[in-house]
Design a protein around this ligand. Structure first.
Ligand code: F6P
Length: 317
């Protein structure tokens, strides 16, 4: 394999993975091109030459130096054929994509329908890739949210208030559960569980009558809006609430050491397996071991052990 390309979505640690892909390829004397703006850039042929030197000084930067897009055009057969033409016209023999569920689904199409040798590196704050313990970006997202939560706790405790904090994660409760447990929160609502709002409101009311005045409730965006939960609590308990929607700050920021290490290891491994002829797979890392998962498996919904998180959150409250 003489020439490969790399395409990305954005989250903290993606630049570390790009750096690792580029430098590993150059160690193998392979050329690498960067595809700008994700699948849209692949359709439009927006390629840039990347080299060992051009990825200097990016390991500590959030986002992606290659920029990205949520491509609508790649859903169509026309868009896909145009993307494949870009790869063939530029003598690109293999592709590495770095991103979440949507990016991996696109990679699966390229690998199976168009026979493009393709390897995916999981990178998503949602951490919803099946078979992947920890995707790049998820650790930073939890830490960014936790940092914000600690600040909210300062004022919540001082003013004896109930706060509802909404975190990202699409249909996955990973960020919410990890923030709730590591932030010492009283309650968490995630898409993977049956929510009992009446029970929660009764608990808040009882607690309040016994003198408990401050509560922090984490709501995953996939289950409800913080604003709606706040209205229900106020209506059912008569207590005042405040909300904080953390939003996109969770996808940015300086990557943690964990995300940089994942970027370095998975980037290097992705190039190695692509060169060995493996395709239609996602790389992963667990218990000090690197391995691949078929993309058809990685794009299925990921199961998360909500019960054990929830039990512990309630015991420790
Ligand atoms: O998939 C990552 C994610 O940040 C989700 O947690 C969130 O629902 C979504 O992307 C937001 O998408 P956008 O940046 O397009 O608004």
């Amino acid at each position: 394999m003489k020439k490969i390309a790399v395409l990305t979505r954005d989250c903290a640690g993606v630049n570390a993975a790009i750096r690792s892909v580029v430098r590993t390829s150059s160690d193998f004397n392979m050329d690498v091109v960067g595809i700008m703006r994700g699948y849209d850039g692949l359709i439009d042929g927006e390629l840039i030459q990347v080299s060992h030197r051009s990825v200097s000084g990016i390991i500590n930067r959030g986002g992606t130096i290659l920029k990205t897009s949520r491509s609508q055009r790649f859903y169509s057969e026309n868009g896909q054929k145009q993307a494949v033409k870009t790869l063939h016209d530029n003598d690109i023999e293999g592709l590495i994509v770095i991103g979440g569920n949507g990016t991996l689904t696109g990679a699966h199409v390229l690998a199976t329908k168009y026979k493009i040798p393709t390897i995916a590196i999981p990178a998503t704050i949602d951490n919803d890739i099946a078979g992947v313990d920890l995707a790049i970006g998820a650790d930073t997202a939890v830490n960014v949210a936790l940092d914000a939560l600690d600040k909210i706790r300062d004022t919540a405790t001082s003013l004896e208030r109930i706060f509802i904090v909404e975190v990202m994660g699409r249909n996955c409760g990973f960020i919410a559960l990890n923030v709730a447990l590591s932030g010492g929160c009283e309650e968490v609502l995630v898409p993977e569980m049956n929510v009992n709002l009446d029970g929660m409101c009764n608990e808040i009311k009882d607690g309040n009558e016994k003198g408990k005045v401050s509560w922090i409730i984490i709501v995953a965006e996939g289950i409800a809006k913080a604003h709606d939960i706040a209205s229900i609590i106020t209506k059912k308990t008569g207590l005042e609430t405040r909300i904080a929607v953390l939003g996109h700050i969770q996808r940015g920021g300086r990557p943690t050491a964990t995300d940089r290490l994942l970027g370095a290891r998975l980037g290097n491994y992705a190039v190695n397996v692509l060169k060995e002829g493996i395709t239609d797979s996602c790389v992963s890392f667990k218990d000090d071991k690197l391995f691949t998962i078929p993309l058809s498996v990685a794009i299925q919904p990921k199961e998360i052990d909500v019960d054990s998180y929830y039990r512990l959150i309630k015991i420790l409250t």
